[in-house]
Design a binder for this molecule. Structure first.
Ligand SMILES: Cc1cc2nc3c(=O)[nH]c(=O)nc-3n(C[C@H](O)[C@H](O)[C@H](O)COP(=O)(O)OP(=O)(O)OC[C@H]3O[C@@H](n4cnc5c(N)ncnc54)[C@H](O)[C@@H]3O)c2cc1C
Length: 500
């Protein structure tokens, strides 16, 4: 076992761990002495210490950070189990399946939708002891890595020991793990060049609820039926536990260029990004901020701000940045100091602001969604209007954070200052207003944060009959429903929480 990092608590809980309670009213499954012995017999580390139960039971869901101020977690696990290899994971799952115990996989616990919250107690399967790089194939440019490996250690080791990069740079790089990236279908900030995690996964090893271990994928672009990787990418711990991932690599870039522009309107910013992508240019970073976010971060007044950065082979990057500049000039953009990109790069992994805002009584969250280009401008207007129309909203803003040939991710931020006893109801209203506006205007619920608990209530509207197909898949792979119950809008044998 190699240590690559540990979870970072989202906010300190000041209460004594033994007094911490579950905020949600979901039914709870305790672990019997006999089950505890079976779990210990798998060889995995097992603990029921109050301190460990409290820490392992929470993630970075901002609403649960508010509850933490009152000495509560969303829901408390009954036992934390830490396997150190795939066979132990499979053995633990078999115990849980046979005894009908809910089992919630968790790793970095940096999810922001309550996905790793052990809604019904039971087993919290902590994967952070399964860390390290198994093998690097520098000829094919692939890496096999264990699921609990944290991002910063992983990327630093690949760069220093092998001169390669995965190119996956989520803002939560230091907080999150490879297994979490795959399970949440995450995106790095450079996804326009390197793709999202689903574009990076070559193969997976997965432990199923009944204790089988399978391998998916492997050969490049094979045609051997539907691609099984895709079943597990984004499954948020509800269909199986990822015990190893094989990811694509890229040579470590030695050349980088940056540029910044100001545009007249948000719609202009979207249009120029669309044109750049449609000319085949895919700069790693192509971020367009509305005037509120531009001014908040870069003091640019009422101007919209576009930041661009690309890296790789000089011939390619010069061509890409040439296309970017041509398109920006053709739409009437003004060139800004490229030092703004440097400024963004210096702060892009800073995650410290949230705790102090929540401690000061504000309700703050972000809502990232995905949409085709043809709907983006309308969604921006509809969602910011819906959020601003709520009593207590102080600000609602957005930027376009990731761009592709067919569409983009719009990343909304909202903040409100309701009275203390209305913080939860304001939070729920804001999510209802924002997500309904997005769905009505033709967008998808999420681009990279996933669904978890917070977005479960919107899944029927998002997927329609498709949700029943996902339910069929769940029934086939996890017939007793033990894996991460209550998430992704799937049927929950324990009845789900009475929330919201
Ligand atoms: C400040 C901040 C910034 C963020 N920025 C980004 C960003 O830029 N891009 C982005 O994509 N996300 C971002 N996130 C969200 C979060 O970091 C990602 O969702 C991340 O992929 C979660 O990884 P984790 O290891 O923390 O997983 P956890 O939070 O522990 O778990 C998340 C989900 O994955 C499941 N899971 C975890 N490991 C496994 C496994 N091995 N097998 C099966 N299921 C598993 C859990 O059951 C749960 O459903 C951000 C979060 C924060 C707090």
């Amino acid at each position: 076992m190699s240590i690559s990092g540990t979870p970072t608590p989202p906010i300190a809980i000041e209460a004594d761990p033994s007094s911490v309670t579950s905020h949600l009213s979901a039914s709870r499954v305790e672990i019997s002495e006999a089950n505890l012995e079976e779990l210990i017999a798998t060889g995995a580390a097992v603990t029921t210490s109050d301190g460990e139960l409290v820490e392992a039971s929470r993630d970075w869901w901002p609403l649960a950070m508010i509850w933490a101020l009152d000495g509560e977690v969303a829901a408390l696990a009954s036992v934390v189990v830490r396997p150190s290899d795939a066979h132990q994971v499979a053995a633990v799952l078999k115990v849980c399946n046979d005894a009908r115990l809910p089992v919630t996989p968790a790793a970095g616990r940096s999810g922001v939708c309550g996905a790793s919250v052990p809604l019904h107690g039971g087993v919290l399967l902590d994967l952070t002891s399964m860390t390290g790089i198994v093998e690097v194939d520098t000829e094919s440019l692939t890496v096999r890595v264990l699921p609990g490996t944290f991002g910063t250690w992983f990327e630093e080791t690949l760069q220093s020991d092998h001169n390669v990069t995965v190119g996956h740079w989520p803002q939560s790089m230091a907080l999150s793990t490879v297994g979490g990236w795959v399970a949440c279908r995450g995106a790095g900030q450079y996804s326009t060049r390197y793709g999202k995690i689903e574009d990076m996964v070559v193969a997976l090893e997965v432990a199923l609820a009944d204790g089988r271990i399978i391998r998916t994928g492997d050969a490049p672009r094979s045609a051997i039926g539907p691609e099984l990787n895709r079943i597990f990418v984004g499954s948020e711990g509800t269909l199986g536990v990822i015990t190893e991932a094989t990811l694509r690599l890229h040579p470590l870039p030695t050349y980088q260029r940056r540029s910044a522009y100001s545009l007249a309107t948000f719609a202009d910013g979207l249009e120029v990004c669309r044109r750049i992508l449609h000319r085949g240019a895919t700069p790693a970073v192509l971020r367009h901020y509305d005037e509120i976010e531009g001014d908040r971060s870069y003091k640019t007044g009422d101007r919209q701000v576009l930041l661009v950065m690309d890296e790789g082979d000089p011939a390619l990057i010069d061509a890409v940045m040439g296309i970017v500049d041509e398109e920006c000039m053709s739409i009437g953009a003004e060139r800004l100091d490229e030092a703004l990109v440097e400024q963004w790069m210096g702060h892009r992994n800073d995650v410290s602001a949230l705790e102090s805002l929540i401690r000061r009584g504000f309700v703050v969250d972000t809502m990232e969604i995905s949409a085709p280009w043809s709907k983006c401008a309308e969604i921006y207007s509809a969602a910011t209007k819906a959020l601003r129309s709520l009593e207590h909203t102080m600000v609602a803003s957005a930027h376009q954070s990731h761009a592709y040939s067919d569409g983009a991710c719009l990343y909304f931020t909202f903040a409100g200052n309701p009275p203390a006893d209305e913080r939860e109801s304001y939070y729920i209203s804001a999510w209802d207003a924002g997500q309904r506006a997005v769905l009505e205007a033709g967008g998808a619920l999420s681009h990279h944060h996933g669904v978890g608990l917070n977005r479960s209530r919107f899944m029927q509207d998002e997927l329609g009959e498709g949700l029943s197909v996902l339910g069929d898949l769940k029934s086939a792979l996890d017939p007793n429903g033990v894996l991460n119950p209550g998430k992704l809008g799937l049927p929950d044998p324990w009845g789900g929480p009475e929330w919201p």
